[in-house]
Design a protein around this ligand. Sequence first.
Ligand code: PLP
Length: 320
Amino acid sequence: MSGSDRRDIFSTHAPTPIQKLSFPLLEEKKVSLYVKRDDLIHPLVSGNKWRKLKYNVYHALEYDIGRLLTFGGAYSNHIHAFAAVCSLYSLDGVVVIRGEPYEKLNPTLQYVKDCGVHIQYISREQYRKRDSVQFLDALKKKWGDFFLIPEGGSNTLAVTGVKELVSEVETQLNGKPDVIVSAVGSGGTLAGIVEGLNKGQTAVGISVLKGAEDLENRVRRLAPGAIQKSWLINHDYCFGGYARFSDELIVFMKNFSADTAIPLEPIYTAKMFFGLLDMISNDRFDPGSIIVALHSGGLQAMQGLEERYPQTFLGYTSWT
Ligand SMILES: Cc1ncc(COP(=O)(O)O)c(C=O)c1O
């Protein structure tokens, strides 16, 4: 697809803005903090999803792949973005959703349906076996041949897309940032950042999963260059695990948004900023460091969260 084709959302929309924050804490610790606003990249294919899906979509178009299939949870940002690209590029898509069918579709799945993407529900037990040959065979019997994009969209094509973010940031900052920070779920985003790092730069991932001991290995598998790079995953800020949150996190999220006018959500980006600011308070970065935090989007999930927890999020989502 040529860059002049108006439908190609991946040849436009980047670079995304980069925004400098100023807080007393940053002055006190003598660090500079920038936010890479990938949440603004595209209204439907937001944040890291735009980066991760870019080369997957190009691959599907180049090889004329008839059907794409992916996995995820019922509120997943990846599922939402996948459905959007299927619709924008007229690709035939299937999403395999963890859990039983809902009587009423949640906002994410309603959107998937509106995009014309097929939905298959599988039990949590089946979902755990989704990589087994038997299960993939059963999927092939049901859906025919397809190109599989794994959960969270984390494959090597995704890593290629995310890697571009690092040079984009370097150009924007007229030099190199010292540290790039991202939330970590399935590991593809951090792997892409790690692949893009230059000498002297460090990537810091904040895990949003509890007990994800294999996360470092997942990053190593996706980023062949990781062995020579400086990076780490901090596991201290998962707030009890995936999609769990506490009052403390919600208060932080609301205050952060009120102070910066940057909307967050409690599953990924609030945990990342909470962790990053705590690490700064605890002198984990040298004075003079230039830190870039990736705002990886995910704000579509707020609609579903507001439906489930109206008291907690009332008023927050109206401006996000
Ligand atoms: C908004 C958001 N931020 C960060 C992540 C973490 O990215 P990854 O799964 O590549 O580790 C995800 C999940 O894909 C996400 O939806």
